[in-house]
Design a protein around this ligand. Structure first.
Ligand code: PHE
Length: 340
């Protein structure tokens, strides 16, 4: 009997030491200690042992079982430790390796200028209103006092989609959309992309404008001048900026003005940027034409309003000294990354 036990313990030790995974170790456990395992069946052989030898036999088998259990538990701990060590090794981080850089992006100069305008407008209580880029002829032209076949249409070379649908040529249709859907007091800005069949160093077929519109009782050209100066001082980052209004013509404003800013480069003395004049032409505006107010359902005897439209490309070119408008659309990262 002793030999049989000896044999089993040696065999168990051999198999345990050979088990190199948790699964194999479990197989060994079942083989020796399981319901039909060799140690369990040894115990079942108790009835063939002489009664006086049974206590001794039982003790020996129990010792055997305990030894095997301990050996298995030790091996289990060893395997776990090994597994952990391997995992740590596989996940090790080499802190001496160079890091992975994610490059910091920059905003496009047009977006920068647009955001600067929106900030400045918001400071004066203007809300953002955005209309569609594909617009009705009626809203882009007719309701802005530019009837069909009127020569004033030549001011804006237009991309027509059908006879009555076009790519908006300016952000002024935003005025119509706001005035026909809201009651005064109105104070909005309409930033957006606009389209004209135009292409050279200072004109692009796609460009951006931001429109300002204020309609209320007793609004005057003085309000336009005052608000614009506040906005332009912020955008061009100079508290000394003043504006100058020159008579102009737009069918949707009366009177209409061309608005110049004092040169923010030379302070008005005359330099290359202002071509020696001390003034830079930046935008058009005026008092909303009575016909336009009336067509939009607003009584021109009660309300008045001012409107103006600024080109974002032109502003960006002036502010950042960009010589050719096409640079803004080439998407050359060496160019666009320079503006922060
Ligand atoms: N819409 C005009 C343009 O694009 C600018 C403008 C806006 C003029 C508002 C007057 C009032 O040229």
């Amino acid at each position: 009997m002793k030999e049989r036990i000896e044999e089993l313990i040696n065999l168990a030790h051999k198999k345990i030491s050979e088990a190199f995974s948790g699964k194999l170790l479990n197989d060994v456990k079942v083989e020796f200690l399981g319901k039909n395992g060799s140690v369990t069946s040894l115990m079942k052989g108790m009835r063939d042992v002489a009664p006086e030898d049974r206590p001794k036999f039982g003790q020996l088998v129990n010792e055997l079982r305990a030894k095997i259990e301990k050996a298995i538990a030790d091996k289990e701990a060893e395997l776990k430790e090994k597994e952990l060590a391997e995992k740590l090794k596989a996940e090790a981080v080499d802190v001496t390796l160079p890091g992975k850089f994610s490059e910091e992006g920059t905003l496009h100069p047009i977006t920068l200028v647009k955001n600067q305008f929106i900030d400045a407008f918001q400071g004066l209580g203007f809300e953002v209103f955005e209309g569609p880029e594909i617009e009705l002829d009626k809203i882009n032209f007719q309701m802005l006092n530019i009837p069909e076949d009127h020569p004033a249409r030549d001011m804006q070379d237009t991309f027509y989609i059908t006879d009555s649908i076009l790519l908006r040529t300016h952000t002024s249709p935003g005025q119509v959309r706001v005035m026909t859907s809201r009651k005064p007091p109105i104070k909005v800005m309409c930033p957006g992309r606009v389209y004209r069949s135009d292409d050279d160093a200072t004109h692009s077929p796609i460009f951006h404008q931001i429109e300002g519109l204020v309609v209320d009782k007793n609004v005057s050209l003085c309000d336009l001048k005052g608000s614009l100066e506040t906005i332009l001082r912020k955008v061009f980052d100079s508290d000394d900026i003043v504006t100058r209004l020159r008579p102009s013509y737009f069918p949707f404003t009366e009177p209409s003005v061309e608005i110049d800013v004092s040169c923010f480069e030379c302070g008005g003395k005359g330099c290359k940027l202002c071509k020696g004049t001390g003034w830079i032409e930046v935008l058009g505006g005026g008092m909303v034409n009575r016909n336009v107010l009336a067509m939009c359902g607003i009584d021109p005897d009660v309300y008045s309003g001012y409107a103006f439209g600024i080109g974002l490309e032109r502003t960006a070119m002036l502010k950042y000294h960009i010589p050719d408008i096409r640079m803004l659309f080439d998407n050359d990262l060496r160019f666009t990354k320079q503006f922060k």
